[in-house]
Design a protein. Structure first.
Length: 214
């Protein structure tokens, strides 16, 4: 029987590690993610994202459009794997890894958000450790990169706890002003691993879909 996961194997991915579960964002998870985001991700006077999507009047619709765009544009040359994050069975946020020319670069960029009421409990660090271990152990990555505004100490602290090191910076425009993004890089030997091992469902099809194991 043909399923959506057989057409786009990304949607069949599920990664678990102790209380952490990363589940591919299927349509049934879009509205719940919008509800988590609408409860608040950051303080009203802060903007931790490169694109201020969290200011949308309809977060569920914004998330839906973004996820559908990622699916429509998915290819081995340019892909973004986004996951809904569950902690002890409760939906708490989103974690992703994106890349271009992965078969050549073997490098992906992590990005995430976590509902504000779940912050400060180590969840952000755990989900980052899990996605990095997935990239290194199951997707043959050589490096994982990330970036955060220098006025976002929480995100920078998560990167440090996962083992990333500083890798340059750049200035960008943000909401009419100037901001600095700190670049970060991680290799397999530097990853500070999560205490629980990973179990991955749907890996074989996903590896084929990104050009591995052809």
């Amino acid at each position: 029987m043909t399923t959506i996961a057989s057409v786009l194997p990304l949607l069949g991915l599920r990664i678990t590690a102790g209380p952490v579960e990363l589940r591919a964002i299927t349509d049934d998870l879009i509205a719940p993610l919008g509800e988590v985001a609408a409860e608040g991700i950051h303080a009203p006077d802060a903007m931790p994202f490169f694109t201020p999507w969290s200011l949308s009047d309809d977060l569920a619709l914004s998330i839906a459009k973004y996820q559908w765009k990622l699916r429509a544009e998915f290819s081995p040359e340019d892909w973004n794997a986004a996951f809904a994050v569950f902690w002890d069975g409760e939906l708490v946020g989103c974690q992703g890894i994106a890349t271009k020319d992965y078969l050549i670069t073997r490098t992906g960029e992590t990005g995430s958000w976590l509902g504000r009421r779940f912050q400060g409990r180590g969840i952000g660090t755990a989900m980052r450790q899990v996605i990095c271990a997935f990239a290194f152990d199951h997707l043959d990555a050589d490096y994982v990169t990330s970036g955060a505004f220098t006025d976002n100490p929480a995100s920078l602290a998560v990167s440090k706890k996962a083992g990333y090191s500083s890798h340059g910076w750049r200035r960008v425009a943000r909401q009419g002003g100037q901001a600095t993004i700190q670049g970060l890089v991680l290799d397999p030997g530097s990853l500070i691993r999560y205490e629980h091992p990973l179990a991955v469902e749907g890996l074989e099809g996903f590896r084929r879909s990104i050009g591995l194991d052809t």
